[in-house]
Design a protein around this ligand. Sequence first.
Ligand SMILES: NC(=O)c1ccc[n+]([C@@H]2O[C@H](COP(=O)([O-])OP(=O)(O)OC[C@H]3O[C@@H](n4cnc5c(N)ncnc54)[C@H](OP(=O)(O)O)[C@@H]3O)[C@@H](O)[C@H]2O)c1
Length: 254
Amino acid sequence: MEKTHKIALVTGGSRGLGRNSAIALSKKGFDVIVTYHSRKDEAELVVKEIEANGQKAAALQLDASDIATFEHFAVLLADVLKEKWHTEHFDVLINNAGFGVHAPLVDTTEEQFDSLVNVHLKGVFFLTQKLISRISDHGRIINVSTGLTRFALEGYGAYAAMKGAIEVLTRYMAKEWGRRGIRVNAIAPGAIATDFQGGAVRDNQGINDFIGSQTALGRVGEADDIGGVVASLCTDEMGWVNAQRIEASGGMFL
Ligand SMILES: NC(=O)c1ccc[n+]([C@@H]2O[C@H](COP(=O)([O-])OP(=O)(O)OC[C@H]3O[C@@H](n4cnc5c(N)ncnc54)[C@H](OP(=O)(O)O)[C@@H]3O)[C@@H](O)[C@H]2O)c1
């Protein structure tokens, strides 16, 4: 097992893909700070699981959609880095926190649109801006996008547009921070059975069957299909992969 003792920060690490990524990173020897929005209890369980894997971990509260709180978050992060790791820097940022809104284009409200912009685009932009000086040279950033930027499913127009923006932003981050050796990639998961969208992919048999029928590997994705991809992208073996959109969908809508 690779032992790096590098520190990763995973936003939305309390559940779903963020949780799975945090645990997969710990199995590759990363220490991990997870953020949660409302589920402190779940975040603390993730911390325990990471510690059981022999790595250090911490959990911090973050509203990834409220940029006014990012200064305070940066102070809390600095404190935990100093207290627990005796450092000012961390190595890996996984911009994962978020939620979906399903609404046809004609019915999408400004409020829904703004909530998606805030968590998926504005939040990622300004959180990364706020934290970039704390990310070590030769660090890594992974922005979580979606398969929906390549294929279109009705009702996901606003959500997918934000994620498309994140893929463009990924290339610009890679361009501007490459001089510090920081690699930036986007991972685009297909439909994954998590709590996302009220657990629709997991709990709605019709949706589950439809996605499975449109996927080369014949089923929907599980969180376990994603965490390992995220963690692998953070290893030195993947060091020459930069500014890319990597889809992990089992081959959806080929
Ligand atoms: N599941 C899919 O099919 C799928 C496919 C492609 C991409 N994605 C993307 O993958 C990411 C994770 O989705 P998921 O499936 O893991 O969803 P999930 O199971 O619903 O988990 C969402 C996570 O994000 C956190 N979160 C939600 N709103 C937040 C906010 N305003 N500020 C900070 N944290 C917030 C939650 O924190 P609490 O637990 O504290 O509430 C939780 O940790 C999202 O960016 C999503 O768009 C998902």
